[in-house]
Design a protein around this ligand. Structure first.
Ligand code: HEC
Length: 208
């Protein structure tokens, strides 16, 4: 039947066109990458489509993984919040700033920018914890879980949830009230066997 033959030929052409198109797209992308077309410089923002893509990848990745995080019941405990304030002032404020603090050199040069966490952080404490523990690839955000145990990171998260309510004076007072400095906390952690987080993924630590 002539009709059947024609439609079969048309189908073959369609498949060939689809495969050819896909191949061309892959070759085109490879050439663009090899030619260095995409600008990775931190002083040139992403194009809007790339920005949206990366943001969606990040937000979904965090949301899905944070779903398994068990949040402690005592996040509003003043002791936790004070301890977290002390840790935050030493480890985080250089990039994320704090109430009453001027922008630092690193915070001005980072791209993607480190959000000012006094304006709020992730949607849930579980997401905050996940990000603080594991960090975010190809941004300045480090995985603090490599060097700190979960208890300390929860103190920091407890503080993050309080941070948007604080004035500059309240922030300073809270940091002063922290039970331990960061160095003291680190010394305690070294003598405490309960911390087990070690880098184990490829390239998590520079190799010789
Ligand atoms: C060297 C700079 C730097 C330091 C220090 C740093 N961060 Fe970050 N942080 C970033 C950057 C950059 C991002 C944005 C990552 C992105 O765009 O996905 C970020 C993202 C975050 C986010 C997610 C915010 C959001 O709304 O998505 C949280 C929460 C956070 N950091 C907490 C902390 C805490 C807590 C500390 C201290 C223990 C810390 N950071 C130390 C650079 C830093």
């Amino acid at each position: 039947m002539p009709g059947l033959t024609t439609s079969r030929i048309a189908r073959h052409w369609l498949i060939a066109a689809l495969v050819g198109g896909a191949l061309l797209a892959v070759i085109g992308a490879a050439l663009a990458i090899y030619a260095g077309l995409y600008i990775v410089a931190a002083d040139v923002p992403h194009t809007q489509p790339v920005f949206l893509l990366l943001e969606t990848v990040r937000d979904r990745s965090i949301a899905v993984r944070a779903a398994d995080v068990v949040v402690p019941a005592d996040l509003t405990d003043p002791g936790r919040i004070a301890s977290g304030a002390g840790q935050y002032a030493e480890m985080c404020s250089g990039c994320h700033l704090a109430p009453g603090m001027k922008r630092t050199e690193i915070s001005r040069g980072l791209y993607p920018r480190a959000p000012q966490l006094r304006r709020g952080s992730r949607p849930t404490p579980a997401e905050d914890f996940w990000v603080v523990k594991h960090g975010v690839k190809m941004t300045g955000m480090a995985a603090w879980g490599v060097t700190h145990n979960d208890e300390i990171l929860w103190d920091v998260v407890a503080f993050l949830r309080k941070l948007p309510d604080l004035t500059a004076d309240q922030y300073q007072a809270l940091v002063k009230s922290a039970p331990k400095t960061h160095d003291e906390t680190m010394q305690d952690m070294e003598t405490d066997e309960s911390h087990g987080a070690q880098p184990h993924d490829h390239g998590a630590e520079p190799r010789d």
